[in-house]
Design a protein around this ligand. Sequence first.
Ligand code: PSU
Ligand code: MN
Length: 354
Amino acid sequence: MPLWIRRACRPSLKSRSLTGRCTATRRPLSVNSRFSQVSEEVQQAVAERRPVVALESTIYTHGLPYPDNLALASRLESLVRVNGGVPATIGILEGVARVGLGADELTRLVSSSGARKVSRRDLGFACGMTGIDGKGLNGGTTVSGTMILAHKAGIRIFATGGLGGVHRGAEQTMDVSADLTELGRTPVAVISSGCKSFLDIPKTLEYLETQGVAVATFADGRESNVDFPAFWSRDSGVRSPAVVRDEAEAARVIYAHVSLGLQSGLHFANPIPERYSIPHIQMETTIAQALREAETAGAIGAASTPYILAKIKDLTGSKSVEANKALVEANVIRGTKVAVALQKLEMDGSGEDK
Ligand code: PSU
Ligand code: MN
């Protein structure tokens, strides 16, 4: 059981509702240090058990140019707020891992050149080293880096565009995103539009199963044949291992998962809104070309995903960028609704009666 639950459930007059259910405020692990800071707003929202939604920053530092990235970052934060949540954008600014970047901090991060891409392995470097100017480093946190910092701050819900995965040819390269192992060890629910199909989706789902990650796709009104989505495409040719009807159902799964003390994460895939979706078959040609160009350029390891994404952007013109923005917005709205539904379950304990 995560420490914050244990602490929150210590019996005391304050921590028991009339029904005897635990309604205490939730205290995160000690997070404020020289290397990590949680904003006042996020700390308070977590303590008051309000629905907090984590947002990553690699999509800004490595996905979009300035100032488009800043516009998207502000828009995503306001979407969380108008849907009843508290946003917590996460990233590394001058050597400090920040949960809940303020407007000025966010601008400094997304406008800086040379920000690193920070997954679990990079956190110590990003916070421990300095640049040639003697200042701390900047970094955009990936799904993996963001999950770690969100969890430390007591946040359970995280919305983003897409998840890393097992790369095609991984049997040779061993290129498996750290996002997948993070999902295996960190109890945070990630809402995204699945994996881009330049990855190997069947292997990604196999790997997530091995890691003990709960994976489901939002049905969006579909009765059967729900595919795990492939980012720009609602279909992928690969059936989703599980399906949830709506945000309330996703919240019930999270509530049960956390109550059982499971330490692994969850992934809820939200298919791209229909009017922006690009058919799976159509994307395949573009992807094949982007992969060939990445191979020729020798873009491997951490450089591989950003390189392929930039190539696909060149090849599809603005279409993929528009679709990208539309889907991340839809995911953030969904993620916030899940967080609101989860808060409701926790507050009235209705999940326990099921
Ligand atoms: N997939 C996308 N968009 C992204 C990423 C993945 O569709 O921006 C980013 C995320 O930050 C993700 C990271 O966590 O790339 C995965 O990189 P890698 O494949 O190197 O693990
Ligand atoms: Mn990789």
